[in-house]
Design a protein around this ligand. Sequence first.
Ligand code: HEM
Length: 222
Amino acid sequence: MASLPEPALPDAPLTTPKPAARIKRFTVTERVLHWMHASAFLALLATGMILYLPALSTLISRRQLVRGVHLWVALAWAVALLVILVVGNRTRLAEDWREIETIDRDDRRWLRGRKAPQGRFNAGQKINALLTIAFALLFALSGFFLWLGERDHRFIFAGTGTVHDALTFVSIGLLVGHLYLALIHPSTRHALRGMTTGEVDEAWAQTHHAKWVEAERTSSLS
Ligand code: HEM
């Protein structure tokens, strides 16, 4: 019996596909600052919740130890922040601050749900960053007065504990949204690459942060 002709195999590709072009998004200073703040925040949240929630306090009975960890982590956070501000790339941090505090016309349109090109941080990220900075300062201030008030009763002010607790609950809401966008949402989770390796795909950056990519191209030409 005559055998059937073999189906033609597709030709092997002559060239290997080009790796995606990458663009630098975060410097070492920015990444160290982010991960330092994130780990301190999570440690403070975990220990703070054990102290705050009666069910957890009963489960983990070593209250004094947990309190000690909470206070030492807060102190370590403040020292680490100062070290980063002194030895880190301050020029870049100042640029970050300028970008974050500027809410332009495109940002306002984006916040109203319209399509508008975004810079290195979109308007939502700018608001998240501004709230994170404000909350960090308020956490530190209210926490300091809670600590001082226990030692010297003249420094007990009504509402200090309420401010500290309210900040915690609003921060949890922000964190849940932040983690969803950074780890789960298909169109934004690529950002994690930027916060770990420092670089992101240029095509992704062009889609999400067109004004930033344009500015980078212009500055590399000049
Ligand atoms: C531990 C889990 C966390 C992950 C996986 C994570 C991930 C990320 C990523 C991927 C970015 C970069 C987004 C971009 O490309 O612009 C980012 C930015 C940022 N993160 Fe986090 N983060 C975490 C925890 C935190 C915590 C606990 C805070 C503050 C309490 C925080 C505050 C910020 C801020 C302010 C920014 C810049 C603005 C923004 O992108 O919203 N992050 N994070």
